[in-house]
Design a protein around this ligand. Structure first.
Ligand code: 5AD
Ligand code: FES
Length: 353
């Protein structure tokens, strides 16, 4: 067996791989080694998740945010950004459109903060659940255990709360007034409430090293998350990190591949950030471990205002053109679009088939 193959097999077979082994793979640059990594990850994806490319329709219903993350264009200190909040009718229309495209999971995402009324969102969840047979994923940041409970009881199924980096020092350095331990506590509450929980990181953050990323992957494994979103950092002009270099596409793909090999049956999206670099790397992501796409159903004029980072993919396309784009991507890969709700494989059984 070749040396790279030996290392990949050791990582695959380990209950918890070593930081050093992961770091070594993350440092690979050669075409042959990278080829082995991506083929290995693709095989693990096929064995544990099958050939279905799962769809999650995302609606970014508000860009208000009370936080000050150094990398994010929605941070509250960005006074240049025009803020919006979709009302219930607008949201309802967007959801109806998504349903008409045969998509069965909606991700309701917004900035983080008290401006979001707990009962307002509860009613939105109840309304969707009473009208449609669909899964609801929330992505609205850190809240109280009570809020999380209310939304879960109203019918929310899943929750995305990325750790962004699992290094506490690094986390603190770019999240003023936020507390790493609080974020971990939120994740624990969400899991205990029975949400399917998503984590993830940003690749290429200032101060991050290969070791930090290796530890992120171990964090994902330990957390037994249902979903893991991995995307490259993209600098935004109206943030603290304005002048920082972009995250590296190859490194993001290596992180996706290793996360697949280590965590096996998690849902891993080819993120919008991965599609927003010099070219669209989402296809590459789907070939090295990813099994999910997240078409954007935020209506205009709001979509262009949800500017987490600039040149976000699909910002100017009309709503719904995503659908044919997704079909095209799956066809190019020789895979198919899975139009089911696609619950976590960790709920439905360990292995696909
Ligand atoms: N570049 C890449 N990803 C970013 N996110 C926020 N800001 C950036 C950026 N500048 C990601 C975070 C967040 C998700 C909604 O967007 O991971 O969880
Ligand atoms: Fe809104 Fe980070 S800037 S949560």
């Amino acid at each position: 067996m070749s040396k790279p193959a030996e290392l990949l097999n050791r990582i695959y077979a380990a209950g918890l791989p070593s930081v050093e082994d992961l770091e070594e793979v993350l440092s690979w640059q050669g075409r042959v080694e990278l080829g082995e990594l991506f083929v290995f990850a693709d095989k693990v994806r096929k064995d544990f998740c099958g050939d279905g490319v799962i769809l999650r329709g995302i609606i970014e219903f508000s860009n208000f945010c009370d936080r000050e993350c150094f990398y994010c264009g929605l941070n509250k200190n960005n006074r240049r950004l025009e803020r919006y909040r979709m009302d219930k009718d607008e949201l309802s229309n967007a959801i109806e459109y998504l349903v008409s495209c045969n998509i069965k999971t909606v991700v309701l995402q917004s900035g983080d903060g008290k401006w979001l009324d707990t009962l307002w969102l509860k009613e939105v969840i109840e309304n969707i659940k009473s009208r449609f047979d669909m899964a609801i994923t929330l992505s609205v940041g850190e809240r109280s255990a009570d809020d999380y409970r209310v939304w879960r009881q109203a019918g929310a199924d899943r929750y995305l709360l990325k750790i962004e980096t699992s290094d506490e020092g690094l986390y603190s350095s770019m999240h003023p007034k936020m507390d790493f331990k609080q974020r971990l506590a939120c994740l624990g509450v969400l899991q205990n409430l029975g949400y399917q929980v998503g984590s993830g990181n940003i690749v290429g953050l200032s101060g991050q090293t290969l070791k930090t990323i290796a530890r992120d992957i171990i964090f994902f494994k330990r957390g037994n998350f249902d979903m893991i979103g991995i995307g490259p950092f993209i600098p935004h002009q109206d943030t603290e990190f304005a002048g920082q270099p972009k995250g590296d596409a190859q490194l993001s793909l290596k992180t996706i591949a290793l996360t697949r090999i280590v965590t096996k049956n998690t849902h891993i999206p080819a993120t919008t950030a991965l599609g927003s670099l010099d070219k669209d790397y989402r296809l590459d992501g789907l070939k090295c471990g990813a099994n999910v796409l997240m078409p954007n159903f935020t209506p205009q004029p709001y979509r262009k205002l949800y500017e987490i980072y600039p040149q976000k993919r699909c910002v100017s396309e009309p709503v719904g053109s995503c659908r044919s784009c997704m079909d095209g991507i799956a066809k190019d890969l020789g895979r198919f679009i899975d139009y089911s709700k696609a619950d976590s494989f960790k709920l439905t059984g360990d292995r696909y088939v």
